[in-house]
Ligand binder design. Sequence first.
Ligand code: ADP
Ligand code: MG
Length: 359
Amino acid sequence: MPLQPGSTIGIVGGGQLGRMLALAAARFGYRIAVLDPDSGCPASQVANTTVVGPYDDEACLKRLASLSDVVTYEFENVAVAPLRRALGETPLSPPAEALEVSQDRVVEKAFLNGIGVATADWRAIDAVEELGHALLELGGDCILKTRRFGYDGKGQARINAQTTFTDAFEAIGSAPAILEKKVPFSFEMSVVAARGRGGEIAAFDPAENVHTLGILKTSTVPGKVTQELAASAMHVAAKILTHLNYVGVIGVEFFVGRDGALLVNEIAPRVHNSGHWTEAACLVSQFEQHIRAVAGLPLASPERHFDCVMENLIGDDVGRFSGLVTEPRSLLHLYGKAETRRGRKMGHVTRITPRSSGV
Ligand code: ADP
Ligand code: MG
């Protein structure tokens, strides 16, 4: 039975992704309960109820579950054990397995390789003494990343034969890590795709992504993405969704090699920053698509009506508000964050142009 209007969707995490999910849910008459440690978080400003507390607090998770007909999440670092215990009979979408796979870079790469999806070459690193041997095996330039809790390029260090290993390991907090071969990619792209309760899959067109200092700066559709690349990437995304018995929206990040080869960088079991453009260029946004999936409604067509460029407004960029709102063919979305900080995502703007024949 699909969720009826008036039902409540619980969201673990109250950042901008939770906020945009809540706005989409409201259009179907769903109520939203959010769990976040900050009572003034972006999602709380548009939610019906906010449970204020840590994401891994079982009592808080229980309270969220008791308020909700279905629970979802807006970030992948939710502690799985207390969440599972707290849920009781309340369904969780996407499934907990998607959290387990995506919140640990070693588990994630092993899962992807295990289902035949190519990634950068990698080695698990538990102690600094293992770095020398692993670097020798992988060869050349590598990137050391914490296994868990990394985002926006945080918890990463470049590393090569000239690097002092103890410095690099300390730079990432001496935490369990993964060493990845640096991919000499031609460009980065991502697919945001959804799987419904009945197993149907709908993928939005892939975006070409540009990162600055590890943070997404722009997503361009179609950008450099050819029809052939788009088809391969969507095939990979569908494979991942099916293997995880997934329900909801997923973001799959890719490196495109100079020879056109596709490697998956990482997966995010949630709506994804590189899919924000969908609210301006598609009939249905990634946020509504996720709400549809977790509510057990049919997925909507992901067709795209415009070409577009989504630009993240990071830190002081948000000060350009007065200019941005005067642009006639752009959609501006701000997140209601009280404090502007360097490197903090404050909003985004999507500029549309007529659709080219491309993808
Ligand atoms: P995060 O969780 O912070 O998004 P990512 O693993 O996606 O972490 O890394 C952030 C960015 O750093 C990537 O989008 C890419 O630009 C760069 N990067 C990460 N891993 C590699 C790699 N193995 N080779 C080349 N660039 C990489
Ligand atoms: Mg990433």
